[in-house]
Design a protein around this ligand. Structure first.
Ligand code: OOG
Ligand code: MG
Length: 258
């Protein structure tokens, strides 16, 4: 029997709404292909848009070795950001989440659309308005934050919230491969990296995302926000905990368990 994409999308949306961990899809069906997983992710986005959320961007995940080793999944994944994702203050509303973790990101805002099968890192820099720091709050809907590649794709790559810096820099003003990031939780550094940790180049990651979307006839749009993936491994965010991402060339970003 085929996979009912809409039904599994509703399963994941319900888990997020009720804040309960659920069984991975892959332990309940015979086989979940990557294409089926992206189809569930697309159906999940449609459900969110149908109830009023607005599509404002996209994200990559599992683009650094630190993240791939932490999650045991060795391929990059792609997901969506809606307006509900974007935090208006440093406070992370823990009462809306299941078991949130925080991770430092390099973020692009787009001044022009990006599409096509041959997009390069140079094209990404050209189309970007700003590069800024961010802390992504991920929140797997699966038990114990454990999943396969197909499961995490279906679950919109664990996307939950993101806190963005209030301003960034022009894309050409610093080499993103040597841009430094130090991530700390309550003042204790949990990881450091340079931009090159993201598959060699954060802009190259965004180019990968554009080529991925092209296979589904989609593109990145002017005005969107795009996360290139976490530079270090993710850490659980407890009530009262303060996470900070500090960068060599970008404003510091803070997220607080509230
Ligand atoms: C999947 C999401 C990964 C990143 O930046 O690597 C991600 C997960 O780790 O649950 O957003
Ligand atoms: Mg992330």
């Amino acid at each position: 029997m085929g996979i009912d994409h809409r039904e599994w999308a509703a399963y994941l949306l319900d888990a997020a709404d009720r804040r309960v961990e659920v069984n991975p899809i892959t332990v309940q069906v015979d086989h979940l292909s990557t294409d089926d997983a992206y189809a569930i992710q697309a159906a999940l986005l449609e459900l969110r848009l149908a109830r009023g959320e607005v599509l404002v961007g996209a994200k990559l995940g599992l683009t650094s070795r630190a993240k791939q080793e932490q999650m045991g999944v060795t391929e990059p994944v792609y997901g969506w950001l809606t307006d509900r994702t974007i935090l208006a203050t440093d406070d992370v509303p823990l009462d809306q989440l299941i078991h949130p973790r925080v991770e430092p990101e390099i973020v692009f805002t787009l001044a022009e659309d990006l599409s096509g099968p041959d997009v390069t890192a140079a094209d990404v820099l050209h189309a970007s308005g700003e590069v800024l720091g961010g802390i992504e709050v991920i929140d797997s809907r699966y038990e114990a934050f454990k999943f396969t590649l197909a499961d995490v794709i279906a679950d919109n790559t664990s996307g939950a919230r993101v806190r963005l810096a209030s301003s960034g820099m022009a894309p050409g003003s610093a080499d993103l491969t040597t841009l430094g990031c130090s991530f700390d939780l309550d003042g204790v550094v949990t990881g450091t990296a340079t931009g090159a940790a993201l598959l060699g180049d954060p802009a190259g990651c965004v180019a990968l995302l554009v080529r991925h979307l092209d296979r589904y006839g989609r593109k990145l749009e002017a005005g969107w926000t795009v996360l290139a993936g976490a530079l270090t491994d993710a850490r659980p965010l407890a009530a009262g905990a303060v996470a900070r991402a500090r960068y060599s060339h970008l404003a510091t970003v803070t997220a607080i368990g509230a």
